[in-house]
Design a protein around this ligand. Structure first.
Ligand SMILES: [Fe+2]
Ligand SMILES: [Fe+2]
Length: 304
């Protein structure tokens, strides 16, 4: 298994070296969104919320019927939906990380970084919450079914599947946010929020990627297939819930009709695949995508 080969290159002592570096980077480069963002700055009238081609209905007949103002409005609700789902997953992650840290030696940099990451995520969730308020969009969040299943997920998930699930959420949303940071056609507030998030998430991704590789050293079949299946279910669920169907109602489109048009839209399917591309490559390389559950990724259009 490739994961085992990679894991052999990462000795346990590297775990503490990495964590020490991440702690050092956190001291030098962390943000407090309450102080570092000007929440009262005016919203730019001529700026968008997402590049148009990243909006789920771009290129469809429904899109053609929207006015330029409605297209901007839809983009605002879509990025709001993505942020609200991201915020919710961060709160789930904080709970998982707190449980993980409970079992670690608090003197170790590895434990201290887990706690630092919880701190980052609390600030991120407040930042996204304030951004939703500032732009006047609902906290759409995940659908009721996903909220109901969340306690079960939190109770059973751990090890490789936990780190892989975290990476799927962080890296998919990161790709979208990263693409707006240098885009001058996007609202300055969105770019600032995304810049802060991208910088701090890069450390989280490093921590989780390395820990996943180490975890994989200890996983044997058939447990590997279970970890792969959980990860695939999380990836498909996240891809499906990022844009809440109610966003379409904000521009007078029936939610069911809008959702169906988005799912059939080749541009949107390409966007989903693009968002998943980097994490799919990594999970494939380390052996977390493979076996029967690969079909779930393929059916959701997240791999070619
Ligand atoms: Fe975050
Ligand atoms: Fe994170």
């Amino acid at each position: 298994m490739k994961g085992a080969i990679m894991a052999r290159a990462l000795r346990p002592k590297d775990r503490e070296t990495t964590a020490a570096r991440l702690l050092d980077s956190s001291v030098r480069n962390s943000y407090d969104p309450l102080l570092d963002i000007d929440w009262d700055a005016p919203i730019a009238a001529d700026k968008g919320f997402l590049p148009p081609e990243k909006v789920s209905l771009y290129g469809t007949e429904l899109w053609d019927r929207l006015t330029p103002e409605q297209r901007v409005e839809l983009a605002k609700h879509e990025i709001g939906s993505v942020a609200s789902v991201g915020l919710w997953t961060e709160i789930v992650l904080m709970q998982l990380l707190a449980r993980y840290a409970e079992g670690l030696d608090p003197r170790s940099p590895h434990a201290q970084y887990a706690l630092t990451e919880i701190g980052d995520e609390t600030r991120h969730s407040i930042m996204f919450g304030k951004a939703l308020t500032r732009f006047g969009v609902p906290a759409y969040g995940p659908p009721r079914l996903v909220r109901r299943l969340s306690p079960l997920f939190k109770a059973v998930v751990g090890g490789a599947a936990m780190f892989a699930s975290v990476l799927v959420v962080e890296e998919m949303t990161d790709r979208l946010q990263r693409s707006t940071v240098d885009d001058e056609s996007i609202q300055p507030l969105i770019r600032m929020v995304n810049r802060i998030h991208v910088i701090e998430e890069a450390r989280h991704v490093r921590y989780a990627r390395e820990e996943l590789v180490r975890e994989l050293l200890t996983v044997r079949r058939p447990m590997l297939e279970l970890h792969r299946t959980v990860t695939a279910v999380v990836a498909v669920s996240v891809a499906n819930i990022l844009i809440h169907p109610r966003v379409y109602a904000a521009v007078g489109i029936d939610p069911r009709q809008g959702r169906a048009a988005a799912l059939a839209n080749p541009h949107h399917r390409a966007t989903r695949r693009w968002m998943a591309e980097k994490i799919v490559d990594f999970l494939t390389e380390v052996g977390m995508i493979g076996g029967p559950s690969k079909l779930l990724w393929r059916r959701a259009g997240l791999i070619g």
